[in-house]
Design a protein around this ligand. Structure first.
Ligand code: ZN
Length: 301
């Protein structure tokens, strides 16, 4: 696939250190089959995909029927599991937002809303929801299936200061080219006691170390960034936030392990995937820093 004008980083996006080095060569298993380098910052432990397509050129890397975040196809065992689990986790997410903001209802900004499942859940719970989504097909589906009018991400920069009690990004921040622009804007539009909720994969999890370059949540080049709890804390601090708390995402360990087994062995290894997902979760029972994906709840400093 074309990657004519890749973005090459010469220092760490999070801490600006020059002590960065290549640690992994990873294949794009879902769309292009191209290889990408993942680099590591020795200073803050942030990882990033090197030589990434620019925001205007990355579109083709999202063109896949199996990229399920943006569609609602229900084919195959993994997809069925995904959708079953999603309806349960939507409820968990709703309760989490209500608990962490201390509000039954309020103003929510959901960034990267997909087809609007979470936005709809919150709307039904009485929240006033503004939702952004870059993919036009996803926006159309959101309107047709969920009756939601999602806005394009450019609208973020039109939001007024102190507008939201909660801003959510469920597996979205790792896709955003304008990392600093987004976080600066979030700081402006979030109310003083509001919460910024960021769910991202955790490359320091057990399943990540088990699968290494086959770990599905590297998902290059769509995942531009690969966070560790340490690098998230550094980034939060730099942007005027602090980490209020961290929550594990139990189901992600299983889901990511299933995909990783597929990439590694070329076939479905449900038992082995379940086993590795289980170990990952057992390890994160007492330490959410070890979970496959982590929800970071940030508040303003
Ligand atoms: Zn760094």
């Amino acid at each position: 696939m074309m990657n004519d004008f890749p973005i090459h980083y010469t220092d760490c996006l999070v801490c600006n250190s020059k002590e960065i080095q290549k640690v992994l060569d990873i294949q794009d298993y879902t769309v292009s089959k191209d290889f990408f380098e993942v680099w590591h910052c020795n200073q803050c432990t942030f990882r990033f995909t090197q030589n990434i397509p620019s925001a205007v050129n990355i579109g083709p890397y999202y063109q896949s029927a199996s990229y399920i975040s943006h569609s609602d196809t229900q084919e195959g065992f993994i997809h069925k599991c995904y959708h079953l689990v999603r309806s349960y986790t939507l409820q968990v997410k709703q309760k989490l937002i209500q608990k962490t903001t201390g509000k039954k209802t309020g103003d929510l900004l959901d960034v990267g809303a997909g087809t609007g499942a979470f936005s709809k859940t919150m709307k039904n719970a009485g929240w006033l929801v503004t939702a952004l989504e870059p993919d036009e097909t996803a926006r159309q589906n959101a309107l047709e299936k969920n009756g939601l009018a999602l806005l394009s991400p450019d609208q973020l920069y039109q939001c007024k200061p102190d507008s939201f009690d909660a801003i959510t990004m469920w597996h979205v921040l790792e896709h955003v080219h304008d990392l600093h622009g987004y976080l600066n804007m979030f700081h402006t539009i979030l109310r003083q006691n509001g919460r910024l909720v960021i769910a991202v994969p955790n490359y320091t999890s057990y399943d990540a170390s088990k699968y290494q370059s086959f770990w599905a949540a590297y998902d290059v080049p769509r995942h531009l960034y690969h966070f560790s709890p340490q690098s998230m804390a550094v980034l939060a601090e730099k942007k005027g936030f602090k980490i209020n708390s961290m929550k594990p995402m139990w189901f992600d360990s299983f889901y990511v392990s299933m995909l990783s087994e597929q990439y590694k062995t070329g076939c479905n290894q449900y038992f082995r995937a379940f086993w590795n997902g289980l170990i990952s979760n057992m390890k994160s029972l007492f330490d959410s820093k070890k979970c496959s994906s982590v929800i970071y709840i940030l508040e303003k400093k």
